[in-house]
Design a protein around this ligand. Sequence first.
Ligand code: 5GP
Length: 213
Amino acid sequence: MSADGVLVVVSGPSGVGKTTLCKNIVARLPDTMFSVSYTTRKPRPGEREGVEYCFVDEARFQDLIREEAFVEWAEVYGHKYGTPKQALVEALHKGINVLLEIDAQGAQQIMERVAGAVYVFVAPPSLDALRNRLCRRDMDSREEIERRLHEASDEIANFKSYHYFVRNDELLQATKELESIILAEQVKTNRLDPEWLVENGLVEPVMMKKSVT
Ligand code: 5GP
């Protein structure tokens, strides 16, 4: 019905479960894809090149910055991450919804540069719950976890920059909320292409002219 897909920026503290939520959405919603970022961090066990991330070294990442290949990029906990521009623009033009799972700095850059995106903040049920999740992942030192919790609190305080706030307490409920957001955004009147109404015989061309003027 509308020419472009919905660009959905999913942000929130590290460890809150954004990746799992996005994977659930891609499995449930047709014509919805996950944007694969470039990163300078090393793959974790089980991560595949081109699936979770495109893994590159610092020099290649700098080349991509110079080539303006990223719609946004940021340094997150000592590693660089960037969203490739071309794949994103092509998918949106084909009517495919694109999920960007990025940190708050990246979300801020998209807000400044891209019109019409939808911003979803994913929050933990509590800071204690987030601490438990970060401890269970067993990837960071105690000091690093406390630093991330402090940052998480700052990010949550900035909730008003986002259109939606999803509390990831129960994964299925949070998935349903994110799915509902995307479904509702898809059918917003401002996304509807007036030509489509005419082409499908729902509106006489002359009526369309009247409603536009
Ligand atoms: P991880 O290394 O645990 O996969 O991701 C660390 C953080 O980097 C997460 O908060 C994730 O959302 C963020 N991130 C992943 N890809 C990108 C990206 O392309 N741009 C930005 N700004 N952040 C990203």
